[in-house]
Each structure stands twice: as structure tokens, then as C-alpha cells.
Design a binder for this molecule. Structure first.
Ligand SMILES: [Zn+2]
Length: 134
């Protein structure tokens, strides 16, 4: 571990208490993955600390197990809502084609539509398509 990674007050990490990997001070502090293994989810709580992994290359947020909520079971209705959301994300607003991939937010339409259009034209078309839909 590096001494600089031990920062329990968060003084050097924007106020977030920071510990080297495996140095978290309490079994109540768990990563998202550890919570998931226990059948729990953070449930909206903000991370209260973080661990440093791979010599500072990665950070992992820690959450309080005592504030965690049980993972919600997947119901048919939730699954349907998820499918609809994914369908919307794959549908191009310009040509209505449903693609194999999610429409990149940076472009806003499918790659075929974006291809060959100047940026200004593209912005105008997207403006029209989104105001018409609203
Ligand atoms: Zn398109």
C-alpha cells in the first residue's frame, strides 16, 4: 500500500474518507459488488468512503451495509419496462429504424443517418424530430 492512500478524514480526496484496499475500518462498509453478493443494493445512499485499488489506478466506493436495501426481484412488469426502455434507446429518432446498438447520445441518431450529414444539418434535423415528438 501507499501511505498516501490512507486518508480516513478524506482531507486529500475531496472529503471522502479513503483507505487502501482491504484497509476499510468497518465490516459495515462494503463495495457495491459485496452488497450484491449479500443480496443488497446501495438503495440511493451516497458512498461514504472509498478504497484505492491497483496502486491508485482504481477507486471503489464503499456503502453502509446497515443502510442498504434488498435487491428488488425481477417481475414480468419490470422486465417489460426494461425491454421498452432498451427498445427506445435503440430506435433512431430520424428514420425510426431499430438498430442492433444503442443510439450514441453524442450523435442522437443512428450512424446511417449521421453518415454524410454536416453537423449543422444534423442538429437541425434532430431539433425538428424532437420538437415534433414533444
Ligand atoms: Zn436513423
Amino acid at each position: 500500500m501507499r501511505a498516501s492512500d490512507l486518508d480516513p478524514t478524506g482531507e486529500h480526496h475531496g472529503g471522502l474518507p479513503t483507505y487502501p484496499w482491504r484497509w476499510a475500518p468497518s465490516p459495515d462498509l462494503m463495495t457495491r459488488r459485496q452488497l450484491r453478493k449479500a443480496g443488497l443494493r446501495p438503495g440511493g445512499q451516497a458512498p461514504c468512503a472509498q478504497v484505492v485499488c491497483r496502486n491508485g489506478a482504481r477507486f471503489g466506493y464503499l456503502y453502509r451495509r446497515s443502510l442498504a436495501l434488498p435487491v428488488r426481484p425481477m417481475t414480468p412488469a419490470r422486465w417489460q419496462a426494461h425491454q421498452r426502455m432498451m427498445l427506445a434507446r435503440r430506435t433512431c429518432v430520424l428514420c425510426r429504424t431499430v438498430g442492433e446498438y444503442c443510439i450514441p447520445k453524442s450523435i442522437g441518431c443512428c450512424l446511417d443517418c449521421a453518415d454524410g450529414l454536416a453537423l449543422a444539418e444534423l442538429e437541425q434535423l434532430l431539433q425538428l424530430a424532437t420538437t415534433a415528438a414533444a
